[in-house]
Write a protein that binds this ligand. Structure first.
Ligand SMILES: NC(=O)c1ccc[n+]([C@@H]2O[C@H](COP(=O)([O-])OP(=O)(O)OC[C@H]3O[C@@H](n4cnc5c(N)ncnc54)[C@H](O)[C@@H]3O)[C@@H](O)[C@H]2O)c1
Length: 344
């Protein structure tokens, strides 16, 4: 390891509460010790070479990363450590060209996000928000209107069978349900290990009582759930999206919800974020909406911080962190040269 160099760590300004604390509360910053750290200057929306200059490792949540985020690979950080698991606003090729590893926090996100998915599913099935409104408006005489749906006996599906979906299926194991999923990148055996039947998309859409979208957003998954797929759903079915808004064609979903072609939806994410104030979804009582924060809890904050800071600390000691997304960076000369400075 370099004798006279200090591994400099930056935290993006969106992680600051503006008062010397953290916007996410307790994020287990002690996992960085003995490294010291500074907040970066506030950004418009994406990292710039100036904002990253001088930092070897940067933990961040909100900023996006494009080719314009980097200049010379020598001046680019060795690691950008993202709080979270989505990376659709990160240009992975740009990171790789800059000799910068992008890490994410699946270990810290899996349980809290799966719990949130379960919570949104049950809340939507039970019509929690509509019933809350009824109590507040003293609508006791209407209590038998708008029954909820029980989970037992139902077929529960996910679109995408990754980390969070697998944990979600583990959480619903005590219920008496059939578990199905669509994921073109998984095998039937992998699915069976989670007690899940892997089916094609048409089968999932037509057989499920609840469909929970948990796939990665990619060009292939954009509008994967459009009018034909929504049209294939049972009239009693529910769509939950806790992944990324653009996977679902929102206009087709609104059309189905307005015309009661499906029972309801629970949406944490939207095609455009923030959604416009006059988005028709906000006027529908068969929909539960949350502003892309349903999974945000103290448990998630601690989990993401623990994982993100471990990645930075590992790399500061010349070790490859566990959750590198752009793995091809690891064999590039740009990355290897920078990493060698921290290896003994
Ligand atoms: N709402 C939130 O706050 C929140 C929090 C965490 C994660 N997320 C989202 O949840 C997603 C899933 O997270 P994860 O940790 O399980 O990721 P993961 O990478 O472990 O799993 C994603 C799965 O999607 C599958 N997939 C890819 N393309 C697909 C396609 N075209 N059709 C169907 N499946 C496809 C992959 O094969 C993979 O199994 C993330 O990409 C992220 O966008 C949202």
């Amino acid at each position: 390891m370099s004798e006279n160099k200090t591994f400099k760590v930056g935290l993006s300004a969106d992680l600051s509460d503006g008062n010397g604390g953290f916007s996410w509360g307790e994020i287990e910053i002690e996992n960085l010790q003995p490294l010291s750290w500074d907040f970066l200057a506030p950004l418009e929306s994406q990292f710039t070479p100036e904002s990253l200059a001088g930092f070897h490792g940067v933990a961040f949540a909100a900023p996006s990363v494009t080719t314009e985020s980097f200049s010379d690979s020598k001046d680019s950080p060795l690691v950008l450590s993202r709080f979270g698991v989505g990376y659709d606003n990160i240009d992975l090729d740009a990171c790789t060209a800059a000799g910068t590893a992008l890490t994410i926090t699946p270990d810290g996100s899996k349980k809290p996000v799966a719990t949130a998915a379960l919570m949104l599913m049950l809340s939507t099935m039970h019509r929690l928000v509509a019933k809350d409104s009824l109590a507040r408006s003293h609508g006791w005489n209407q209590r038998l209107h708008g029954l909820g749906q029980g989970v037992n006996g139902k077929t529960i599906a996910t679109i995408g069978l990754g980390n969070i979906a697998a944990e979600f299926f583990r959480l619903i194991s005590p219920f008496d349900v059939r578990k199905i999923a669509y994921d073109p990148w998984k095998t039937k055996d992998e699915a069976a290990a989670h007690g899940v039947e892997l089916l094609d998309l048409d089968q999932v859409m037509s057989q499920a009582d609840v469909i929970v979208v948990m796939a990665l957003l990619t060009p292939e998954s954009f509008h994967l759930i459009s009018q034909p797929q929504i049209g294939a759903m049972k009239k009693t079915a529910i769509l939950i999206n806790i992944s990324r808004g653009p996977i679902v064609d929102e206009s087709a979903l609104i059309e189905a919800l307005v015309n009661k072609r499906i029972f309801g939806a629970g949406l944490d994410v939207f095609e455009t974020e923030p959604p416009s104030k006059d988005n028709p979804l906000f006027a529908l009582d068969n929909v539960i909406v949350t502003p892309h924060n349903i999974a945000w809890t103290d448990e998630l904050a601690r989990g993401m911080g623990r994982s993100a800071f471990k990645a930075i600390k590992d790399i500061s000691q010349g070790q490859i962190p566990e959750y590198v997304v752009n793995k091809n960076v690891l064999t590039t000369p740009q990355f290897k040269e920078k990493l060698a400075q921290w290896q003994s």
